[in-house]
Write a protein that binds this ligand. Sequence first.
Ligand SMILES: Cc1ncc(COP(=O)(O)O)c(C=O)c1O
Length: 393
Amino acid sequence: MKLAAPASPLDQWALGRNVRHLNHGSFGGCPRDVIDAANAWRARLESAPMKFFVLDWQRELDAARAALAGFLRAPSERMSFVPNATTGVAIALASSTIGAGDEIVTTDHAYRACKNQLARLAEARGATIRFAKLPLPFDADAAALAITKEITPRTRLALLDHITSPTALVLPLERIVPAFAAQDIPVIVDGAHGPGQLALDVGALLKLGVTWYAGNNHKWLCAPKSSGFIVAAASASGPRPVVTSHGASPEYGPSNRFHAELDWMGSHDPSPNLAVPTAIATLAGMGNGWAHVIARNHALAVELQGRLTAGLGAKTVLAQDTSLGTMAAVPITLPPNTKPLELEMRLLEEGWEIPIVDFPQGPLVRISAHLYNHADEADALAAKLRDCGVTGR
Ligand SMILES: Cc1ncc(COP(=O)(O)O)c(C=O)c1O
């Protein structure tokens, strides 16, 4: 596999020329064709807003939803667009029946905003949270054990990342979810990074026992920002969207009540969602099909991890290839009296988009691989970090 050059040249992307984009994971990045498609939707809407929303919007949304559902192998009748994964997780949590004295299982790698939402839910309902400690270096079997051993007779909910945010680890859901499902414990999967990093089969995950899957289109599918989705198993309680809208009235909205509750959460710009089919097709065209996009980006992430580890002299490899998608985190030591955010901000000022993660067990640099990235970027990043006084750990 050719990793020495971008699979898709940067001039096909809206990304700037003078910036090193090594962080697709946080905020994505868009091909120009996708931006053009979203702009065309917005122009059509703005030319006759009422006509668009009253006559066209639901039909166009349903078409975009069907394309996304086909790509994710998800049931479109139980799927809605949401602005982002954070909102999707909030809806899943709001829909849960968790109550006083109940326990919720999550991990110490859970995304901060979702952990915060979980903490508020637990406080409001009188529940407690048990944090499974994931082993580092990562071991998929040990991780599955660490999570499932937090199940007690009081466990009523689990929130699990598909791919962890600070550490870029793919959790082995197939070894974890059945243990919860066997006891009818609902599982919310925060799949912010799943679509486009992994060959997702959401239908299979629902069969495994996942109750809610929340994901993003604006990360690895390269849709414009403000496009995510949520899928619920038939067994899911609710939905109780965080914004109650017209669809809560039984006489209003589409006949599918899941769609009626979730599709219209107030006036919004639907162009990012409507551009999702273009994003899926554009990336497939750029990368020789999605299977190849994912395989190439995974191979590149592994290569970037290896070169950065060597270039910084890091002694610990956080995860083996089989536990990586298309990102990787490398443990680092910062120069004395430097905080991770300070280094991250300095790098941003100097044209490097790369997260320096403030992880409790020590700082990490997290690298992403998408079609515009290539292997030599790891050497350049290692040199830059060394110049900043960073060493591997
Ligand atoms: C695991 C995880 N969950 C949720 C999010 C939030 O995504 P968004 O800001 O699109 O809601 C992220 C973002 O990086 C993430 O890594």
